[in-house]
Design a protein. Structure first.
Length: 352
């Protein structure tokens, strides 16, 4: 039998519905507060336009590994939207996790500007293989820029929490001192742990592009280190090229925030897209991901990472063909396709 305190607590929660405007996720969480919903216990502004949300995951949520990400779902403009964010907190037994969000899209802006402590967000399990090795190498290299610092911050915090920070060289790019996310904390960790060597490059004052010669200046022995890199596509392309030329591709792990797309053939055409389950139709060109076409048509298609990793958006192609925007390859009727990275190649019908 529930205690009187518990009953009055639930009644107070229900009463709060009358007085407080809530997102759809809050109403769902009130009915089933531990079924895949995390409570926002605190919010903290890092730099302009970047906020850290401290989340209390539901019971049974498995702890993450440093560097992994999590899907977050919330209602924006009356529709459920799902996005993927790196977990920025240390991988410890703590009851909370944090995500650090930059306001650069519709959903991210809602998380940064509108979500308050006490709200509930639907979250998925931690996933991703951009993680620290089971046996962390004695010499490692982290290369980050902008909000790409978030999964690496989880790694640095984890090593520090374990009291085991080996020889770690970390090169971070930010436009100016005020644009360095976690700047004060990272500098404090570097001061407390001699093994962690942090170099921050302010691109406003030092606009030189990333290259092997520049990396030689910053980390002379980088060719002997295991490396993790996360940041804008332009930086990652340069890092990958650098390691390929050095014959060190196998030593590099990369985390992307957007899929790498192949050039779309100039002859590519779209067509009519029919969503069989929803009984809705839309026109599509040959280069817009079908997920965006579905959302514009009012179809609430399941999705997660929006870059072809998590397979949350997989749908059966009933008829027609679609083009994978990453490879240019065509998929025919009967296949299961990732609509976040596929575009119509003529008239198509999807089981959505």
């Amino acid at each position: 039998m529930k205690s009187a305190t518990s009953i009055w607590s639930r009644l107070a929660d229900v009463a709060g519905l009358v007085a407080t405007p809530l997102a759809l996720a809050d109403y769902v969480a009130l009915v089933s507060p531990h079924d895949g919903h995390a409570r926002v216990d605190a919010v903290h502004d890092e730099i302009a336009g970047v906020r850290t949300l401290t989340l209390r995951p539901p019971r049974g949520w498995r702890p993450h590994r440093a560097g992994q990400h999590v899907t977050v779902q919330l209602a924006v403009d009356g529709r459920l939207a799902t996005r993927t964010y790196s977990i920025s907190s240390a991988a410890t037994a703590a009851r909370h996790i944090t995500i650090t969000v930059k306001a650069q899209g519709r959903v991210s802006r809602a998380l940064v500007r509108d979500v308050k402590p006490g709200a509930h967000l639907a979250i998925g399990p931690a996933s991703g293989d951009f993680v620290l090795s089971a046996r962390h190498p004695q010499r490692s290299l982290f290369i980050t820029a902008g909000s790409g610092i978030t999964p690496i911050a989880s790694m640095v915090r984890t090593l520090a929490a374990q009291g085991n920070v080996p020889d770690v060289a970390h090169v971070h790019y930010a436009r100016s001192p005020r644009d360095v996310i976690f700047g004060d904390e990272l500098r404090a960790l570097a001061a407390a742990h001699p093994g962690y060597r942090l170099t921050i490059v302010h691109t406003r004052d030092d606009p030189r592009r990333f290259c092997a010669e520049r990396l030689d200046e910053l980390v002379a022995d980088w060719r002997a280190r295991e490396a993790w890199a996360c940041g804008p596509a332009s930086l990652l392309a340069s890092v990958i090229d650098c390691f390929e030329r050095a014959g060190r591709s196998a030593a590099l792990r990369v985390e992307r925030f957007a899929a790498v797309l192949a050039p779309v053939p100039p002859t590519a055409t779209g067509g009519r897209v029919r969503f069989a389950t929803s009984r809705m139709e839309a026109r599509a060109d040959g280069r817009t991901p079908l997920l965006r076409v579905a959302e514009s048509a009012g179809v609430n298609a399941p999705h997660g990472c929006r870059m072809g990793i998590c397979h949350s958006c997989d749908a059966r192609l009933v008829s027609g063909s679609v083009r994978d925007l990453r490879t240019g390859e065509l998929a025919e009727a009967g296949a299961r396709v990732q609509i976040c990275v596929c575009a119509a190649a003529g008239d198509v019908e999807l089981a959505l």
